[in-house]
Design a protein around this ligand. Structure first.
Ligand code: GLU
Length: 490
């Protein structure tokens, strides 16, 4: 299937938009079709400089690069494909042509109503508790008058003539059968007085000419769908299938809003969420696999996803779930990849980390402990900065390590560790030798290992003593123990 994502460049990519893009991408992949990106910039007043680039970068980060249409090539915005241009402001002639065809066929009419008249009309309707819609004043103008006004070049829009007596039904891929009464449908403006099309005309023309098979878009467009189907019919074209995805909601079931939640996908990127986690999270907003499985890679989603399992009801944006998925995805990263991503970040703080041949061992120690990569450098600080000796930390009532006992403990530690050769400096042999010695000296494991770990890291919590000693290496381990031991004597 040919599917498309058609954002308007009015700001950052909304998380709801990213989810729509994801669904369209998945269907294209699943059906070995193509995923297009089209820019809908006919509302020039709302277009924001740089928005297209931001959106493309965010899509790329998420792994949703388009196959056709607007894309980044060597850092600049490019268009690829035979059905372009893929930016609506470059297609104005096409929209005008089809608007004229509709006019000539009597399916649309020019409307000369001034904004003042329309406001007055709307206020009257509201006062009478009627739904606001165009009253068709201009649909009934005498032909001669219309021609005169057009000849004079009077400002006008073009409106779609909706047959009021018709009932419009269609089958939505998510919602099933949907019906709308013709008389509730407004005579939609198709072409504005500035010659720009509205979304309604533009996307119908584009979806036809770009041979889109399935339109996946937000629920807010559901009620406009009959107009779109009517346009397809009036233009003599076969419409695509439609799937309207449910709204994203705040925890209190109101529409997801900036005030309660970050709504720009980019903010999640900056906060350090993995694209894998955000994609997994967005997929589960509205879709459920029908099994217990919760972790899905993009590839797994491509296999498992189906529109039939997308719900109609709004989906609650539950950040706790996102954080949980983030933790899962961090741990799911292969160690080598985790270490690579972390090394870069750590080197920003501790330049020597960039050339640390043992970085992977260090990363391994915290792989299970971080939720965000950015927590990593903090946790690794003790590898790159000698800890301060803290007597209150070295002694520990819970482990029955008293201050009086510390000199003995350090003596035992240094003596035992000195005898272990560099070649044997592994977790297993350190463990074996230290625990054997603890027994001989009648010390508990905790009495020996707590001060060791505390002296090496300067932290109340960290990976275990053996692992830390191995990652630090013999030389640094003994150096730190000596420093701690010396401060005991002061
Ligand atoms: N430009 C429209 C929007 O951003 C696209 C809707 C659609 O996918 O047709 O909401």
């Amino acid at each position: 299937m040919r599917t498309r994502f058609a954002p308007s460049p009015t700001g950052f990519l909304h998380v709801g938009g990213l989810r729509t893009a994801l669904f369209a991408y998945l269907i294209a992949r699943q059906t070995k079709g193509r995923f297009l990106l089209r820019i809908e910039d006919t509302d020039q007043g709302r277009s924001v400089e740089g928005a297209v680039e931001h959106m493309l970068r965010t899509l790329h980060w998420a792994g949703l690069d388009p196959d056709e249409g607007v894309m980044m090539r060597k850092g600049i915005i490019a268009q690829e494909g035979t059905k372009g241009p893929y930016i609506q402001s470059e297609r104005l002639e096409l929209y005008r042509k089809y608007a004229e065809q509709l006019l000539n066929d009597g399916h649309a009419y020019p409307c000369f109503c001034t904004p003042e008249r329309l406001t007055q009309m709307r206020e009257g309707q509201m006062a009478r508790k009627q739904a606001p819609m165009y009253d068709r004043h201009c649909a009934h103008l005498p032909k001669k008058e219309v021609e005169e006004q057009l000849a004079r070049g009077d400002a006008h829009v073009i409106r779609l003539l909706v047959p009021h007596e018709r009932v419009f039904t269609y089958t939505d891929e998510i919602r099933g059968e949907v019906a709308f009464q013709g008389h509730t449908i407004d005579d939609q403006v198709l072409l504005k007085s500035d010659g720009f099309p509205t979304y309604h005309l533009a996307h119908v023309v584009d979806d036809h000419l770009m041979e889109i098979d399935l339109v996946i878009r937000g629920e807010e467009w559901l009620s406009s769908t009959p107009k779109h189907l009517l346009l397809f019919e009036r233009l003599g074209w076969t419409p695509p299938k439609y799937a309207h995805v449910p709204l994203l909601l705040n925890a209190d079931r109101t529409k997801l809003s900036k005030r309660q939640q970050d709504t720009a996908a980019e903010e999640y990127m900056t906060k350090g969420y993995l694209p894998e986690a955000l994609i997994n999270f967005l997929a589960l907003l509205g879709w459920n696999p029908g099994t217990e499985q919760e972790l899905f890679s993009l590839k797994e989603l491509t296999e498992a996803f189906s529109l039939e399992r997308v719900q109609k009801a709004g989906a609650i944006f539950d950040l706790a779930k996102l954080d949980w998925l983030q933790g899962q995805w961090i741990r799911r990263l292969p160690l080598a990849e985790f270490a690579d991503r972390l090394q870069e970040l750590t080197a920003e703080r501790f330049p020597e980390a960039a050339h640390d041949a043992h970085f992977k061992d260090k990363a391994a120690l915290i792989h299970e402990r971080v939720t965000f990569l950015k927590e990593g450098p903090d946790m690794l600080t003790f590898f790159y900065v000698d800890p301060k000796v803290d007597l209150d930390l070295l002694a520990n009532g819970k482990q029955r390590v008293t201050r009086e006992l510390l000199p003995k403990i350090f003596k035992v530690l240094v003596e035992t560790l000195e005898k272990i050769s560099e070649d044997e400096w592994t977790v297993d042999s350190l463990k074996e030798k230290l625990l054997a010695r603890a027994k001989v000296e009648e010390l508990t494991q905790g009495q020996l290992l707590w001060p060791l770990r505390a002296a090496l890291t300067g932290l109340p919590y960290s990976p275990g003593a053996f692992e830390v000693a191995v990652a630090l290496g013999k030389e640094t381990t003994l150096l730190r123990l000596e420093v701690a031991r010396t401060s005991l004597q002061k």
